[in-house]
Design a protein around this ligand. Sequence first.
Ligand code: 26Q
Length: 808
Amino acid sequence: NAMKNWDDRGTTAEAIRAGMIDKLVYSVGKDPEHATLQDWSTALGLVVRDHVVDHWFRASHRSHEEKKKRVYYLSMEFLIGRLFNDAIANLQIEPAVQEALSTYGLELRDLLDQESDAALGNGGLGRLAACFLDSMSRLEIPAFGYGIRYEHGLFRQRFHDGWQIEEAEDWLVSGHVWEFERLEARYTIKFGGHISFDGQGNTKWHAEETVFAMAYDTPITGWQGKHVNTLRLWSSRPTEILDLRRFNSGDYLNAAEKMIRAETISRVLYPDDTTPEGKELRLKQEYFFTSASLQDLIRRYLTEHDDIRHLPDFVSIQMNDTHPAIAVAELMRLLTDEHRLSFVDAFDIVQKTLSYTNHTLLPEALERWHVGLFRKVLPRHMQIIEWIDFHHLAEVQSRNLAVSLEDVRIIGHGSEVRMGNLAFIGSKKVNGVSALHTELMKQTVFAEFHRLYPDRIVNETNGITPRRWLYECNPPLRKLLMETIGTDWIANLEKIDAAAAFATDASFKEKFAAAKHANKIRLAGVIEKKLGLRVDPTALFDVQIKRIHEYKRQFLNILETIALYQAIRRSPANDWTPRVKIFGGKAAPGYHVAKQIIKLANDVAKIVNSDPVVGDRLKVAFLPNYNVSLAEVIIPAADLSEQISTAGMEASGTGNMKLALNGALTIGTLDGANVEIGERVGPENIYIFGLTSEDVAEIRVKGYDSRATIEGDPVLSDVLRAIAEGDFSPDDPSRYHDLTDILYNSDYFLVTADFQSYFQRQRDVDHGFRDTSRWTERAILNTANVGWFSSDRTIRGYAADIWNVPSV
Ligand code: 26Q
C-alpha cells in the first residue's frame, strides 16, 4: 500500500503534539509565537482530521471492493453542529489531545469553542438526519448523506428590546476543516425550457437554465472509528463564468448576473419549519440536490454493476420528508430518458428503491406546488408525474375498492402537485416517527392510501445518538457511568439499564446529583454571561427548548409562569420550590404569533426577574440563538423537560429523549414519543397531564368554548387579565391583545383547555423536587430506562424493515 498512513504515527500525545506544530507551520502558515486560538484550533483540527481520513478511506475501499448495498439518506437539512469534539470522542483520543495541548498551555475547551456551529437545518428533522448519520457509521452500514451546502445556515437570533432579530449566519467565514472540495464530482442540473420527442423514442429536454452541482464531502466518524461514512453536500455553481460581451461593453453588474443566479440556489436555508410557501427558489433547491444526488449514486452504481435493472438490490434511498420527493420523478426521468428503460420497468425500480419518512400530520404542512410553477421549472417532471398519476388512478379504479379517488391523486383539483402523495406512491415503505404518529397517519392523512396498501406504512420511532447526547455533552455523568457500569452503553445504549440497580445506592445517588449540580453551575454561568441574570443552581431548572410554535405551546408554559408569579406575590412567605424557567428557540421570521410569544416571554422575564418580592423563588431566562452547541450545555443541566404540545400534533419530538437520557423528568402530554418514554420510565417518573389525542379529535368535531373555560378558572382569568391590561408591557398595554384574543376566540391549540391540569401537575413537580433524594432516584431511573431511544436502535429498524441491509 503506497498510501501514506498517518495512523502509523499513532495517537500518542507526542505524535499529536508534533503533528500540531507541523500543521500550524506548514498548513496554517503561522509560527507558534503568533498563532491565535483559531490557528491552534485549525492545526489540531487538521491533525484529528488526518486520523479520521485514514479510517474513512479504509471504509470506502471496503464497501467498494465488496460491492455492498448502499443507503442514501436524502435530506434538505443536516443539523450537525460542531464536529471537532465529535471526532475526538469517537476516536477516543481526548486524553492524548489534552496532554499535547498542555505542553503549549492551551485548553481543549477553548479550541473547541473556536469552531462554528454548522446549522444546516431548522430543528428536529435536520438533527434527526445528523443522528442517523452517526448511527449508520456506528452500525457499519455503508451510507451517504446527501444534502445542500448552504452558504448561510439557519439565521442567528438576537433579542432587541425582547423582540427576535434575525441576522445572517456565516458558518464558513472562519474556515471549515471538516469538508473536502471534490472538483471532479460535478453534475449539470437543468431548469425550465421545453421538451421535444423525435419519434424514435428519444426525449430531449431543452433547458432554459443550467447550473453545476459541486460536491463537498465531510467524513462522519463512527464509534471508535470502525466505520466512517460520507456526508456529501452540493454547492451550486454557474456553468458559464462571466458574460464577457456584456463585461466588455461596460455592463459589469449584469455580466455577473448569471453567476449570482446560479450560486443563489445553495445560498441560504429556508427558515420555516412547517408551513411551506410554494416559492420557486425552494423548488429549485429541492430539485437541485435531488438530481445531483441521484446522478451521483447511479454513476457509483455503474462503476460496480453493469445492469441498471438491479439497482434496488444495491441501492436504498430514504427521502427525509417530502423535500426530496421530486426523486420519484427524477429517478423515472434518468431511467427512461437517459438509461432507456420503459416507463413500466422504470416505475417498478423506483418503487423498490425509494422510501419516504413523514414528519408531520398537519395537512397545511404538506408540500404542494402550483402546476403552472412546477411545469415552468420542471417541464419534463410534470409530464412524468402526469403519467404516474394517470396509471396509478387506473390501477386504483381497477381494484374496485371504496376509496376516495381524489384523496389519492398526485395532481389535486387539476391545479396542484401534492408531494406527499407522490412520495407515497413512489415508495416501497412509508414510515412515521413514533408509534402514535404512525397510527394517526394510518387514520388521517394517509387513510385512503393505507386501505390500498396496508403493508406500506411502518413505524420507526425516532432516536438520538448517545455519543453526542450523553458521552460528549455530559462529561460528569459519562465519567460516573463509566466508573459504575462500564462502557458498554456508549455503543449499546440499552445497556445503560444497568444503572437502575444503583438508583437507591446512596453513594451513586450522591455522585449523580453532584454531576447534575456541576452541569447546572456551568449553565448558570452561561445564563449570567448572556443575560446578566444570576440564578441559583440549587433551584429547579425547568427547560423548554425547541422551535417556537403554537402547537408546541410555549404560550402555555408562560401562562403557568405568570400564574406562579402571581401566587408567589400573594403569599411570599409560603414555602415555594425555587424554579428557573429556561427557554430557548427560534421563530420563523414570518411567523407573527411565534414572535409575539418570544416577546411576551422576555417581557415576563423582565418583570419577574426584577421583582424583589419574588427573589430567587422564580427566575425566567430566554437564552438567545438556541442551537446544537447551546443544547449541549442546557440539556445536561435540566431537571425538568417541558414536552407540552397539543396531543396529536408533535410527530415524535427528540429533545424529550435527550433530556430524559440526561436525567431530567418530563412534564408532558401524551403526544409523539412522550407516550413511549412514559411506557419505559413508568408513571411515577414522568408528569403526564392534559387531553389525549382522542380527546382532541373529539373536541375538534364537537367544538370547544374557550371563553367558558377561562371564565370558570379564576387562576387563568387572572393571568389573562394581567397580560391584557399590560402588567408585563406597561410601555404598550395593548401589545398582547392579539395573543389574548386568540385564547378567548379561537384557541385551536387548546391552551386554555389544558391549563388547569398543567398548573396542577407543575405543583406536583414542586412537591416532588423538594424530596431531593427521591427526585435523584427518579432522575436516575429516567437515564437508566430510556436506552431504547438510541438512534442505533432506530437505524437497525430502518435497516431491517425498509432498506434490507445488514448492520453489526
Ligand atoms: C418545507 C417547505 C418549505 C420550507 C420549509 C419546509 C420545512 C422545513 C423543515 C418543513 C418542515 C421542516 C421540519 C420539520 C420538523 O423538524 N419536524 C419534526 O421532525 C422531528 C423528527 O422526526 C420530530 O421529532 C418532530 O416531532 C417534528 O416536528
